[in-house]
Ligand binder design. Structure first.
Ligand code: C2E
Ligand code: MG
Ligand code: MG
Length: 640
């Protein structure tokens, strides 16, 4: 191949790359990708000058003497200039600190500038760069040596940072970054020996095409928003970790309630938040150790022999989260949940790891910033059990017959008669058997399945209410538990009233139990709904009173008819009844009717009675029973 053919081929390839960029703009918008375009322009200029020189060499074109000299010098200088651009491009890809890259490039530019000034100043006198007839010879003199030495120096300046950062670079980038200076050095040696820049031209073209292909391929695997490697690259990294039997800790970070963040602040701020958080993560670990796992989840892959301990890392993340994030004009806070798995000790194969990651991605949502969730094989068994319960809950929503309601009588202390019953949910699953609330209520709340399940329970309660009245001739007052999640739907009150209307149940026979924590978390929603339903004569109970921090203001403001003492209040009162007495006096002052929960013994009942508490609910009288069993109790009339 001759010089002219090499140039023509290069021009054709450059036109292909440029037209491809015009049709499919570069996906990655980082500094390196932008500089790639500048490099393309620089190389196109080089090709233009090289072809003009070549056309004169082949005596196809004839120029005046001054133009010949100028072209010759520019052609010579274009080689170190191009190499300086390659060096800068390589540094942008290899070194993360952009300021450092700029400083390094500036320092490297000084000898190049001196060379350019000297070479241009030399045009009239021709001492530094003697020009031979027809551009054919490269005489060994000061100009030639300095130009070659500077070019080799730029190649060396590509190798050193690459070697320095070799541990952080992805395999393909490391390979290209090392290949590039080596092939440039070979082409320079050929240039010095053969006096033809054909190989240099071809190497440039080849490297540009290779960079373009690899860059585009990697940009598909890079998250466009944060610039972090995406899931597919994580997959590859994990495969490598297993192949090399390396020991790593995989940390999963989940921004809590990010959907809510987006809804509240808008997606523009949401995106800015994700970028800011990913930038923060990049400061904690090496660049190739942080990945975007999903929309609001990030993943760190940290070698276990690395000096930074996971505890310190978690501490750094927590301390940062205590500070606000400044996004534009706004200051925002986020909560991040963390989970980790050690490989290969806790997941010995890629399959097992992906299973663990899937589990962590689900479980981490319920950590609520408390501690780092640690994956172990035991937690995997528990997770499997949780998943089984979850599928039982989903099944129950489709098959309402699986949702069972048990009723626990509420007794009037003075008369020993049943005055009401609390409806308590159970799930009957073919595989798991009979599930108690403690096994499924938190999960049902977490997944929002509690909403359809309560609807099913409530319609069963309404039907039972009718049945009791028809069978015994007496109406039964039933209380139903509502969970916090149900207050997120605005139409709750409307839906409950509609259900009562459809079953023709008197709203005065229904009461709802709401726990304190629900009131504290969604005060406005609870207050609005209570207001609306109270107008329909529906009563409310404050459930589990005394089990946590009590908000007396909420207690006074909201229209509760009943306050149910948690079982723990009665237990505490056995040794010291003062608290129970004070609470009872206060609630009576407020005009509330008290129900003592968890009464199991004669002594407890006596204590409750001595305090003047109106109602009790507990195993002393009855455990929660099936609707049939309750009906039998009601029919026997002993409690009426
Ligand atoms: P809760 O609303 O405070 O219901 C009372 C719980 O105390 C019931 O447990 C009942 O069996 C238990 N209990 C009653 N008397 C005694 C006693 O003397 N000794 C002892 N040790 N326990 C007693 P259960 O049925 O397991 O329900 C537990 C919790 O699950 C309920 O506490 C309630 O918070 C929740 N839950 C139950 N059903 C539903 C439901 O339909 N919807 C919602 N959102 N939560 C429900
Ligand atoms: Mg209750
Ligand atoms: Mg309770």
């Amino acid at each position: 191949m001759h010089d002219l053919e090499a140039i023509l081929l290069s021009v054709a390839l450059m036109i292909t790359v440029v037209s491809d960029i015009i049709r499919f703009p570069l996906l990655k918008q980082d500094r390196g990708s932008r500089f790639f375009v500048e490099l393309l322009i620089g190389y196109s200029l080089y090709l233009g000058i090289a072809s003009l020189v070549l056309l004169a060499q082949k005596q196809i074109l004839f120029y005046p003497q001054w133009l010949v000299r100028l072209l010759w010098i520019v052609h010579f200088l274009s080689i170190p200039c191009l190499l300086a651009m390659w060096m800068h491009f390589n540094a942008l890809n290899v070194i993360t600190d952009e300021h450092l890259v700029n400083r390094l490039t500036l320092v490297h530019m000084i000898p190049l500038l001196i060379l350019i000034i000297v070479a241009i100043a030399d045009i009239p006198r021709q001492r530094f760069y003697p020009i031979t007839e027809g551009f054919v010879d490269l005489t060994p003199n000061a100009g030639t040596y300095s130009f070659l030495i500077l070019s080799f120096f730029f190649c060396l300046a590509m190798i050193l940072p690459t070697l320095g950062h070799r541990n952080e670079l992805p395999g393909s980038l490391l390979f290209i970054s090392l290949l590039m200076p080596i092939v440039f050095i070979i082409s320079l040696i050929m240039f010095a020996m053969r006096k033809t820049c054909m190989l240099f031209t071809m190497v440039n073209t080849f490297m540009l095409v290779l960079q373009y292909v690899v860059g585009q391929r990697d940009s598909i695997r890079t998250d466009a928003l944060t610039g972090l490697p995406a899931y597919s690259l994580l997959h590859r990294k994990l495969m490598r970790i297993y192949n090399f039997r390396a020991q790593y800790t995989i940390v999963l970070l989940d921004i809590e309630n990010f959907r809510y963040f987006n809804a509240r602040h808008g997606t523009v701020l949401g995106d800015a938040m994700l970028v800011a958080f990913s930038e923060f993560l990049k400061t904690l670990v090496h660049v190739n150790e942080v990945f975007r796992f999903s929309d609001d989840q990030f993943c760190l892959c940290i070698p276990q022999q690395q000096s930074v301990s996971i505890d310190i890392l978690a501490q750094k993340i927590r301390s940062r989260l205590e500070q606000p994030w400044l996004l534009g004009q706004e200051q925002v806070y986020i909560q991040v949940n963390m989970a980790m798995v050690n490989i290969p000790s806790n997941a010995s194969s890629l399959d097992e790891l992906f299973q663990a990651m899937k589990q962590l991605a689900f479980d981490v949502k319920s950590v609520h910033g408390r501690t780092m969730l640690v994956y172990t094989r035991q937690s995997s068994i528990e997770h499997q059990h949780t998943m089984n319960i979850l599928s039982a809950l989903r099944d129950s929503v489709r098959k309402p017959e699986q949702v069972c309601v048990h009723y626990q009588p509420i007794i009037e202390v003075a008369t020993g008669k049943m005055v009401a019953a609390e409806a308590l949910m159970r799930i009957r699953d073919v595989n798991l058997g009979f599930l108690q609330p403690s096994q499924f209520i938190p999960l049902a709340e977490h997944t929002n399945l509690i909403i359809p399940l309560t609807r099913i329970l409530f319609s069963k309660v309404c039907r039972f209410e009718k049945l009791v009245e028809e069978t015994t001739g007496y109406p039964l007052h039933i209380s139903v538990n509502l969970s916090g999640k149900e207050f997120s739907s605005k139409s709750l009150a409307k839906a409950l009233l509609e259900q009562m209307e459809a079953e023709t149940v008197d709203p005065a026979l229904i009461s709802f139990e709401i726990t304190e924590s629900v009131v504290l978390h969604s005060y406005d929603a609870v207050a609005g709904m209570m207001d609306e339903l109270s107008k329909q004569k529906i009563a409310f109970s404050l459930d589990d009173f005394g089990s946590g921090y009590s908000n007396l203001q909420a207690l006074m403001k909201l229209p509760y008819t009943y306050v149910k003492f948690d079982k723990s209040v009665l237990e505490g009162a056995q040794s010291n009844p003062t608290m129970l007495r004070l609470l009872t006096v206060m609630l009576h002052e407020l005009g509330k009717c008290i129900v003592a929960e968890g009464v199991e013994t004669e002594e407890e009942l006596a204590l409750v009675r001595s305090m003047g508490i109106e109602r009790v609910q507990g195993f002393y009288y009855s455990k929660p029973v099936s609707p049939d069993a309750l009906m039998d109790l009601l029919r026997s009339k002993t409690w009426w």
